[in-house]
Design a protein around this ligand. Structure first.
Ligand SMILES: [Zn+2]
Length: 430
């Protein structure tokens, strides 16, 4: 015989609950009222039989049912101890299989939403719309379950042979849109995001490294950094035995920036105004920063013609050659030859005949010559970090920017940090 009550309980699938009511308050939306089966409750203080004081109803966002958003109305039990001498106040029956305390989604909906947002990179608003839920309900659940997963995943940060750090803008805050920075820490060999810390100071990175086991720090052979002092100081302090490697991408970017500065200054000096679309130097700007091997004969001819017209003292041409020579560092195979080349390049670019911006580049190269030359032995770069930063950018774009660093960190690590998602089923949100 068909048992309607049993069929309903099976569909709702929450185990030891009674289904009291299923209604459709709006077309395409279900409301299911349940209560826990609680027998013979006892007072946790005196161990005697407790009384039911109250039956508050909590509304929870649940998974959709046959394509319809569901509100689970959980008729809870609030108990009290009837004995006057007992100090126990009232308490509410909880069941973590239905929902974690304080969250306004069911346990199963919370885990599902965490996977959708954290692993699949969906927007919170998108998942909330699918579940017919409020944005905050879903975001709170993703942060709670996601944090629990990251805390539980003890093997996520394994042994690292080459560590990379990079700064990432995570938000613009307040009335003045102040830039808020974060530091991403990466295993550049495997391309895994290890952690994200607030700010971009040496002290923050030092504190993070200090919190890691000594054996873990000792195993790091190479530390990859852009040309910034704070990271160098942190590595000098906390990873004194690791070889420091200047990231090729950043050095080339710096050479291009200096070239750009020379072009804009010469533009101003010769024509007295900022670049306009018919000015030769302005028209050369993309050809200048393009890699030389990506210029065809026609492109090169055009570039040289534009420089003849707009660069009377050859300053832009010098900066262009400097940039291409810096790129040439990475064509050299032999580490000893490369180290000599870098030394000489740093020296040559500081020659008095060079534009001041190029001399500045020469000073930077001389200051970082060991780190730049180390690349030829280490052959590691922040390339994987850049790939991770692109994943983080995707997270930021999907989220339309973050306000709170803690949320940004959890979302970035869930998406780009490769946690063990199998653990999600086992964790308990705090
Ligand atoms: Zn009691």
């Amino acid at each position: 015989m068909f048992n309607a009550t049993r069929a309903c309980e099976l569909l709702v699938g929450l185990g030891a609950v009674k289904v009291l009511e299923v209604v459709e308050p709006l077309v395409g939306r279900l409301e299911i009222t349940v209560e826990s089966i609680v027998d013979a409750p006892v007072c946790p203080n005196c161990g005697e039989r407790a009384w039911v004081k109250d039956r508050p109803v909590v509304e929870l966002v649940d998974l959709t049912c046959f394509g319809r958003p569901v509100t689970l109305r959980w008729r809870k039990h609030r108990f009290c101890c009837p004995r006057r001498w007992c100090r126990q106040g009232s308490w509410t029956h909880e069941d973590p299989r239905i929902a974690a305390p304080r969250l306004s989604v069911t346990d199963r909906a919370g885990r599902w939403a965490t996977r959708q947002v954290g692993r699949n990179g969906r927007a919170v608003s998108d998942v909330a719309a699918e579940l017919g839920a409020d944005w905050h309900a879903i975001n709170d659940a993703v942060i709670a379950y996601g944090t629990a997963l990251l805390d539980a995943d003890q093997t996520r940060v394994g042994a690292v042979a080459a560590l990379g750090v990079d700064e990432v803008l995570f938000a613009r805050l307040g009335r003045w849109r102040t830039q808020a920075w974060s530091t991403s820490i990466t295993d550049v060999t495997s391309g895994q995001l290890l952690d994200v810390i607030e700010g971009r100071s040496s002290a923050g990175l030092c504190a993070w490294l200090a919190a890691m086991p000594v054996t873990w720090r000792d195993a790091i052979a190479w530390a990859v950094l852009d040309l910034s002092g704070p990271w160098r100081l942190a590595f000098d302090t906390m990873l004194p035995d690791a070889g420091q490697v200047a990231d090729p991408f950043h050095l080339i970017k710096l050479a291009n920036q200096r070239l750009d500065e020379v072009r804009r200054r010469v533009q101003q000096d010769t024509l007295g105004h900022r670049g306009r679309k018919d000015d030769p130097l302005y028209r050369s700007r993309r050809l200048l920063t393009r890699a030389d091997e990506r210029l065809d004969d026609k492109g090169r001819e055009k570039l040289l013609g534009l420089l003849d017209a707009g660069d009377p003292r050859g300053e832009v041409r010098t900066a262009w050659h400097a940039k291409e020579t810096v790129r040439g560092i990475y064509d050299i195979d032999d580490p000893t030859v490369a180290a000599e080349f870098i030394d000489r390049l740093g020296h040559d670019l500081q020659d008095e005949s060079c534009p001041p911006e190029v001399r500045q580049l020469g000073r930077t190269i001389t200051k970082w010559r060991h780190q730049i030359a180390a690349w030829h032995r280490a052959r590691v770069s922040n390339g994987p970090t850049e790939a991770i930063n692109n994943l983080i950018k995707r997270v930021k774009r999907v989220a339309f920017g973050f306000r709170r660093f803690a949320h940004y960190r959890v979302r970035a690590l869930l998406y780009a940090g490769r946690p063990n998602w199998a653990l999600l089923a086992t964790v308990t949100p705090r």
